[in-house]
Design a protein around this ligand. Structure first.
Ligand SMILES: Cc1cc2nc3c(=O)[nH]c(=O)nc-3n(C[C@H](O)[C@H](O)[C@H](O)COP(=O)(O)OP(=O)(O)OC[C@H]3O[C@@H](n4cnc5c(N)ncnc54)[C@H](O)[C@@H]3O)c2cc1C
Length: 321
């Protein structure tokens, strides 16, 4: 029987691993590695794309200290602009990224020896004073204490049949798409990031090459392009049926926006995030001392890594005491 099990190996779990006094944890993760939405896509001969979390910009001193203490974290330099017909340079703010990719935030705090990857937990049951977890391979695991760190909707599907004091009413998480693009090296992009205003499709473009990672091919110009949530909502069904149509629509919008007539595209791909961000929320994290069940995630207070940290730290403190 495990003493403490956590479902999900994203940033919330990284924070829990740091703050929980009990380090004897078992982590179940449906993907192949840690990171969750703070994720990095590696493409052979090209390099890496931060197709999830773009950067961390701490709002509090305590979070800033926590983030800066993680191994392999560096600053993302350069100027950032807003495009709204014309360019407006944005005020400077600290932007932190992983040296090798933004999954470094989770990778460098989670001990992968404690993780069971490719294990999607499909059912949890409270049975004779402990929790039973059943994964998609029909394997069963018993644990005394359990913490869920999943996006709100995925948490809902695991707890909906349980008799808890905690209820999830409606989905508050918003979708978006991220395009990963590599062009033959071009010098037209002067800035590190572009906030796009008043465009129905694109909301943000990150000049990945400006992150100066040695793993990236310096013969190329790399970008991650993010869509608006409205475009995400309107097109998620189409994405499942015809990914290429979505990819090409976003790409054409990007090329048009930067007046690129004859692009030399070396790589293009799109990832759909059904649960990218949470709307502002104000739920307290959940801990049931009798059932020994905890629930946390960014979505309790917002949709950023700093929210994950705030909530996971709070839950760890409750459990530690
Ligand atoms: C495109 C995008 C851009 C973003 N940009 C920023 C940004 O610039 N700055 C910022 O601060 N934040 C940003 N965010 C938000 C940030 O990524 C999240 O706040 C943070 O990563 C959430 O971490 P988490 O651990 O709470 O959840 P997650 O990262 O979602 O972790 C949950 C984990 O649980 C796993 N899982 C789900 N269901 C199961 C199951 N049944 N069994 C096992 N495992 C399961 C998932 O695979 C995942 O690894 C962005 C998010 C997205 C999607």
């Amino acid at each position: 029987m495990n003493k403490l099990s956590i479902i999900g190996a994203g940033f919330s779990t990284a924070v829990l691993c740091h703050y929980l006094q009990n380090k004897d944890v078992h982590i179940f993760e449906k993907s192949r590695g840690p990171g969750g939405r703070s994720s990095t896509r590696k493409v052979d001969d090209i390099g890496v794309f931060d197709h999830g979390l773009q950067y961390i910009s701490p709002k509090t001193e305590e979070f800033s200290k926590f983030i800066s203490s993680i191994k392999g974290i560096k600053k993302w330099h350069g100027e950032f602009v807003e495009l709204n017909g014309k360019e407006k340079i944005l005020p400077k703010s600290e932007k932190l990224i992983g040296e090798n990719g933004n999954n470094d935030f989770a990778k460098n705090l989670i001990d992968i020896n404690k993780c069971k990857f490719k294990s999607k937990i499909e059912k949890i049951e409270f049975h004779k004073g402990h929790w039973k977890l059943i994964d998609d391979g029909r394997s069963e695991y018993n644990t005394q204490n359990l913490i869920l760190t999943l996006p709100q909707e995925q948490t809902y599907s695991l707890i909906k049949n349980l008799d808890l004091k905690f209820k999830i009413e409606k989905n508050i998480m918003k979708p978006c798409f991220t395009v990963m693009l590599a062009l033959k090296k071009t010098s037209i992009f002067k800035y590190s990031g572009y906030v796009i205003k008043n465009n129905p499709i694109i909301s943000w473009c990150a000049h990945e090459s400006s992150k100066q990672r040695s793993i990236n091919n310096n013969e190329l110009t790399q970008f991650t392009i993010q869509t608006t949530e409205e475009y995400g909502y309107a097109n998620f069904k189409k994405y499942k049926e015809n990914k290429n149509e979505i990819l090409n629509e976003i790409l054409e919008t990007f090329l048009h926006m930067f007046n690129i007539d004859h692009p030399e595209v070396v790589h293009k791909n799109v990832h759909g995030w059904l649960y990218a961000y949470a709307a502002s929320n104000d739920l307290p994290v959940f801990w049931d001392n009798q059932l020994r069940l905890g629930i946390t995630g960014d979505w309790f207070t917002g949709g950023k890594a700093e929210n994950s940290w705030q909530n996971a730290k709070l839950l760890a403190n409750i459990i530690n005491n």
